[in-house]
Design a protein. Structure first.
Length: 278
């Protein structure tokens, strides 16, 4: 099996494409084995890019290029990842030797469209992603609101669930302790983003505890959820720079409830790996 490894702002993924390998079967056991940082390749998640049905099309009528299946490092399934889908876009561009391309991707969280600009050596790509409609997130348990002790917070859904918490000082956040506890209070788990208003206009600083992965250096869907809610709270405009430990992404907040936000950020190819058949 041929795999490629990529990262989007330090959020790293191992990717296998059916159009390179033929039929593939991904599962929790394979994800845990490949994502193990001591005994495997090491990653925050595994993505299998499956061939779509011959007549599969998106809402815009364009044929689907690839179907995205995502597992977290702990083997749990995830509906969508903004960083992961950018990495998938670069992997597809490498497989097809595309340098400027638009791809239609079907995820468990719905249809997404990617515009990929990859360099000549397929080392560093800039990818923009339509992120789907931002919906209401799950109800917040009273215990969570009580623990947050007045910090403004809300949930959102981008095909996967998020809770965004506004704090005055990110350095005071117990990311592991509070993030893991908040995740445990939601029946289906949740991604937890702590944000503070950035030093520049229309910017946010963000730390994330990801469902199924723990602390990661960046979260694309989380950046989109944070920018959307911060815009609704009157903290930023529509074009938002979200700064995370792994780097910055740009979010263009939707102009209305029937419009989709757009996430723009990098994907870097790290390695191509051949795993012998068992």
């Amino acid at each position: 099996m041929r795999l490629t490894k990529h990262h989007g702002l330090g959020n790293d993924f191992v990717i296998a494409l059916e159009e390179v390998n033929g039929p593939l079967h991904g599962d929790a056991t394979l994800a845990r084995a490949l994502c193990d940082r001591r005994r495997g390749i090491g990653a925050d998640g595994l993505i299998i890019g499956s061939r779509p049905a011959a007549d599969a099309t998106g809402p815009n009528g364009k044929p689907i290029d690839v179907v995205m299946h995502l597992w977290n490092a702990d083997g749990s399934r995830a509906e969508m990842s903004g960083n992961g889908i950018r990495c998938l876009g670069q992997a597809l561009a490498m497989a097809r030797d595309d340098h400027e391309a638009t791809y239609a991707v079907l995820t468990d969280g719905g249809f997404r469209e990617l515009v990929v600009h990859d360099d000549a050596a397929h080392r560093l790509a800039t990818v923009s992603v339509t992120m789907g409609l931002v919906g209401a997130g799950p109800a917040i348990p009273s215990a969570v609101s009580e623990r947050l002790n007045g910090d403004r917070h809300a949930t959102a859904n981008l095909g996967n669930p998020h809770i965004v918490v506004l704090v005055a000082d990110l350095s005071s956040v117990d990311l592991v302790g509070t993030g893991s506890w908040i995740e445990s209070q939601f029946d289906a788990g949740i991604n937890v983003e702590f944000i503070a208003v950035g030093s520049e206009a229309d910017s946010l600083d963000l730390l994330v505890w990801e469902r199924g992965a723990g602390v990661t250096e960046a979260c694309g869907t989380g950046a989109t959820a944070a920018a959307t809610l911060a815009h609704q709270w009157g903290l930023v405009g529509r074009e938002v720079r979200v700064v995370m430990p792994g780097g910055a992404a740009e979010v263009i907040v939707a102009s209305g409830p029937e419009e989709e936000p757009v996430l723009i950020g990098p994907s870097q190819h790290i390695a191509t790996i051949e795993i012998p058949d068992a």
